[in-house]
Design a protein around this ligand. Structure first.
Ligand code: FES
Length: 146
């Protein structure tokens, strides 16, 4: 039995499987996106004990006893701030990468509340976006930090 929390709620599974599939298929938390299933795109990012991590690279055995936060588990204030900042800067096109971007941004802003462009680039280096060219996403994260 693998037990841990997801968005503050205790969960468990008899079967070991990838965290990404457990979140999406068993818990219906489809904000965690399946992009590459191999740790290359960051679309599946979640916070594990507060740190941005690719949920496709973690089994339930690896997260047992830990706290997992998905995009659905961000606070309303975090959601409102990022929605405003990303709308203002035009940071969203297709939107597929955005949940993972926001998870990485939350993790970054916890460590660096007033990040430089370089800090933001480093913070989202594991998240691929095929639409925007990153400039507006970086502006959006910096606006959210203000
Ligand atoms: Fe996990 Fe791409 S789906 S990194």
């Amino acid at each position: 039995m693998y037990s841990f929390t997801v968005n503050g709620q205790p969960v468990s599974s008899e079967e070991d499987k990838k965290l990404m599939y457990f979140l999406r298929d068993d818990l219906g938390l489809t904000g965690t996106k399946d992009g590459c299933d191999s740790g290359a795109c960051g679309a599946c990012s979640v916070l594990i004990n507060g740190r941005a991590s690719n949920s496709c690279l973690f089994t339930l055995a690896k997260v047992a006893g830990k706290d997992v936060t998905t995009i659905e588990g961000l606070t309303q204030r975090q959601k409102d701030v990022f929605a405003y900042a990303f709308a203002q800067t035009g940071a969203v096109q297709c939107g597929y990468c955005i949940p993972g971007m926001l998870i990485s941004a939350v993790s970054l802003l916890k460590k660096k509340p007033d990040p430089s462009d370089k800090d933001v680039r480093k913070g989202i280096r594991g998240n691929i976006c095929r639409c925007t060219g990153y400039v507006k996403i970086i502006e959006g994260i910096k606006l959210a930090a203000k």
